[in-house]
Design a protein around this ligand. Sequence first.
Ligand SMILES: Cc1cc2nc3c(=O)[nH]c(=O)nc-3n(C[C@H](O)[C@H](O)[C@H](O)COP(=O)(O)O)c2cc1C
Length: 226
Amino acid sequence: MKLDTSMSEIDRAAIRDMRRSYGEAGLEESKVAQDPIAQFHTWLTEAAGNAVIVEANAMVLSTVVDSHPTSRTVLLKDVTQSGFSFFSNYESGKGKALDANPNVSLVFPWYAMERQVIILGSVTKLPAIESDEYFATRPWGSQIGAWASAQSTQIESREVLEASFAKFAEKYPEGSVVPRPDHWGGYLVTPTTIEFWQGRYSRMHDRLRYVRATTNSNWSLTRLNP
Ligand SMILES: Cc1cc2nc3c(=O)[nH]c(=O)nc-3n(C[C@H](O)[C@H](O)[C@H](O)COP(=O)(O)O)c2cc1C
């Protein structure tokens, strides 16, 4: 179906009728890895190798403060048995939210593969040395951007932002070592629930959920109704 984007108001019936049939590829308890991190690796590798999926490592991070949820996209930068890592500004909206409440959800929306992964867990800041190491690998412009932007605060104009970039570009010229700002670094999401969703025919989707009570417990696997 094609939406007529020239319409000033999107046709509500057209939205209601947007649906696609999902394929036959299923998700079976006997075929998934016992370890959800290993299973996640398999799916991330497949998503990254899928030409239709852009930014396979993009994930929607949701935080909750005073019962109000907020979501935004961030990029997964590492996944190990310890959990899922991303980088950001510690003083941003999400940084403040995470200071107040470390509980988060992550969603990987791999629609083109009829797949979704939902992770529940809590965050801690990565050790400074790990943030330093990753910051050093970033392109110079991104490093300067981390200095130039007080992420999520109001700014008067684009010109003010560009002047800020120019100021730090002069302070740390291209080719020099740019130090990591204290306000910028990594987070580690330690998971307690990881759910794999695979679209199937007639909305009879597969949902396999791995849960563990604590980080020292074993994962248990359950199937959920779609
Ligand atoms: C594809 C994509 C990737 C992004 N990756 C990051 C990221 O890794 N870190 C980050 O701080 N913001 C990233 N952003 C921007 C965030 O979505 C968000 O605008 C910003 O972090 C401010 O969010 P906050 O006000 O909730 O803190 C990304 C946005 C998109 C669309």
